[in-house]
Design a protein around this ligand. Structure first.
Ligand code: DMJ
Length: 628
């Protein structure tokens, strides 16, 4: 008799454990993921695209149905009664499902306040320690409690030198997060510090893209918020502020301009030396995101200073890349030669090397209202849906695997490898902006399932092996960003739970003596002594905003766009006007192959500037546009 009870007991235990694993992790057999819950959707198109000035987001009706079980339990499912293991198992399932419903269908206000406080503390632990141990250097080494600047001993260490320019990177990148956290006093102090101490006259060779999104983007964002006549963050006017942040942004942008010189396609060089221009040994190859994600910052700067140069070079780069897309698939590759226009990297995907190219087509349209940008975005989105998206047609119904976006050859759409990267986790956020909430929910759920397994996102995840391919996690924001945007679009408490989970795992797995450290290995949780600046500018900002319903960004009635580095920019009529003349349209010469820089462009360039491009951005430009 006794042995029978032991066998039954073991059987029950086994069922309970496997059932719990299925319910909690929902990991299925194919992509390494299957939805533990069933989504039903009532799609809505966010009005942002129809009329950016009156954009609104509404909660959707699917929220009530979101947690339906994918295999609804039979109605006969009953409570534990007596000694039947089967009954016990079924009732466990039902109770667990009830638990699941209970857990995800609400999020108490008090918990929201607690999580908001935790996100705030997380930011200040990183920021205060940076100020204490690292400023004026670029980054904080959070384990050694010391600062980090460019790797001068090893100039080819681009992992460091692309980003660190010896210009107090972390302080600049964190500026507008201080404002989002409502700390006007520290924001003012930080702005003054930047004005008094930062100079770009440095012998630093940095990546144009990184300097643009982290430094230029932050400077113009803070300048705009400081001088916004509507003052949505309360009275944040800074006494005696004389547009210094804009001057700094302009100075930096002028130093980046040599990247656009001597390139036969118009696609910029990837790196410049801030003092000397493009290094003589510069490579002629750049990634698509690096060259094609400058338009938001350069466009705003142009419109602020009334000088079309910046927007013009950024647009020319986007157009040149766009013209090189495949005729067959409409896709672009990830690495291009800026002189020949040949694709060196033929991989087309949504992650590293390509991500923000797509993002900026849509965000440029939202900000500037240029139809051309939206046309490019929608065409790109269609190609992505046709060639990159694999799996079943609907997120949650039908045969086959849940949808996934893979890396393919740009010319024939064939799969090139079996990994996806963590940068791609930004894409659901972009899908939300595009009104494709159903696909956003699916892709986000896929990434969240990976996060749940490791308490972080491995840099690359192999969907075939269901295992990480590249194991580090440098505190990236992409999953939090999409979680925040999905919460804004749906108001479904599920996303608050996701945010809480992310916050808690960051706290548990990455917190060290003086800040938060890069995970070297998402499985054994070993660490590297680095805290990238985007942790403060994006990861903490989105986490805080997720739990701060009353933030002026949500309650002021004005609309904002986040740059790819998470910097806040209001959607403003000012950015929809140009103070310069429109480019004169002219015809392409007939029967001649279309050159990358056409006669048409060259003529109009000279017409508009009266100067060849080369001499147009001498330092005196400051004088020309009235900044000095
Ligand atoms: C950030 O610098 C930006 O979000 C960029 O677009 C991609 N990489 C990092 C964060 O992962």
């Amino acid at each position: 008799m006794q042995w029978r009870s032991i066998v039954v007991g073991l059987l029950v235990l086994r069922l309970v454990v496997s059932c719990a694993l299925w319910l909690i992790f929902g990991l299925g057999p194919s992509w390494g993921f299957d939805f533990p819950i069933k989504f039903t959707f009532s799609l809505h198109k966010i009005e942002l695209l129809q009329n950016a000035d009156q954009a609104t987001t509404k909660p959707t009706a699917w929220s009530q149905h979101m947690y339906e079980d994918r295999n609804p339990q039979p109605k006969t499912c009953s409570k534990i009664s007596g000694d039947s293991p089967k009954k016990f198992y079924l009732s466990f399932l039902r109770d667990a499902r009830d638990e699941y419903d209970k857990k995800y269908s609400s999020f108490p206000d008090a918990l929201k306040v607690k999580m908001r406080g935790m996100a705030r503390d997380m930011f200040y632990f990183g920021y205060d320690n940076y100020m204490k141990f690292a400023f004026p250097e670029d980054e904080l080494n959070p384990i050694a409690c010391e600062g980090r600047g460019p790797d001068v001993l090893n100039p080819s260490n681009i992992n460091i030198n692309d980003v660190l320019g010896n210009y107090s990177l972390t302080l600049i990148d964190a500026l507008d997060t201080l404002l989002v956290l409502g700390n006007v006093t520290e924001f003012h102090r930080a702005v003054k510090l930047v004005i008094d101490t930062v100079s770009f006259d440095k012998d630093s060779t940095v990546q144009v893209f990184e300097a643009n999104i982290r430094i230029l983007g932050s400077l113009i964002s803070s300048h705009i918020l400081l001088t916004d006549p509507r003052q949505p963050f309360g009275d944040i006017e800074l006494k005696d502020y004389d547009n210094e942040l804009l001057h700094l942004a302009h100075d930096l942008a002028v130093r980046l301009l040599p990247a656009f010189e001597n390139t036969s396609t118009g696609i910029p060089y990837p790196r410049v030396n801030l003092k000397k221009g493009v290094p003589p040994d510069s490579i002629n190859e750049t990634c698509t995101a690096g060259a094609g994600s400058l338009l938001v910052e350069f466009g705003i700067l142009s419109r602020l200073v009334g000088d079309s140069t910046f927007e013009w070079v950024a647009r020319r780069a986007v157009k040149a890349l766009w013209d090189l897309r495949s005729n067959e698939t409409g896709l672009l590759g990830n690495v291009v030669n800026i002189q020949t226009g040949q694709w060196v990297g033929k991989q087309s995907g949504l992650g590293a090397g390509m991500d923000s190219f797509y993002e900026y087509l849509l965000k440029s349209y939202i900000l500037f209202g240029e139809n051309e940008d939206y046309k490019m975005f929608t065409a790109a989105y269609e190609s992505i849906q046709s060639h990159l998206r694999r799996g079943r047609e609907a997120c949650n119904e039908g045969e086959g695997d849940p949808p996934l976006y893979v890396n393919v050859n740009m010319f024939n759409g064939q799969i090139m490898n079996t990994w996806i990267d963590s940068l791609q986790a930004f894409f659901p956020g972009l899908q939300v902006l595009n009104g494709d909430v159903e696909n956003a929910i699916c892709l986000h759920a896929f990434y969240y399932a990976i996060w749940k397994r490791f308490g972080a996102l491995p840099e690359r995840y192999n969907w075939q092996l269901q295992a990480p391919d590249v194991l580090f996690y440098p505190l990236r924001p992409e999953l939090v960003e999409s979680t925040y945007l999905l919460y804004q679009a749906t108001k479904n408490p599920f996303y608050l739970h996701v945010g809480m989970d992310i916050l808690e795992s960051l706290e548990k797995n990455t917190k060290v003596r003086c800040g938060y450290a890069t995970l070297h290995h998402v499985v054994d949780k070993s660490k590297e002594d680095r805290m990238e600046s985007f942790f403060l500018s994006e990861t903490c900002k989105y986490l805080y905003l997720l739990f701060d319903e009353d933030n002026p960004l949500h309650k002021s009635g004005y609309k904002y766009v986040f740059t790819t580095e998470g910097h806040v920019v209001p959607i403003d009529q000012r950015f929809r006007q140009k103070s310069w003349e429109e480019q004169v349209p002219c015809e392409e010469p007939r029967n001649e192959p279309k050159a990358n820089t056409s006669n048409c462009e060259r003529i109009s360039e000279e017409r508009r500037f009266g100067l060849p491009l080369k001499s147009m951005y001498m330092r005196q430009i400051d004088h020309m546009v009235g900044l000095s």
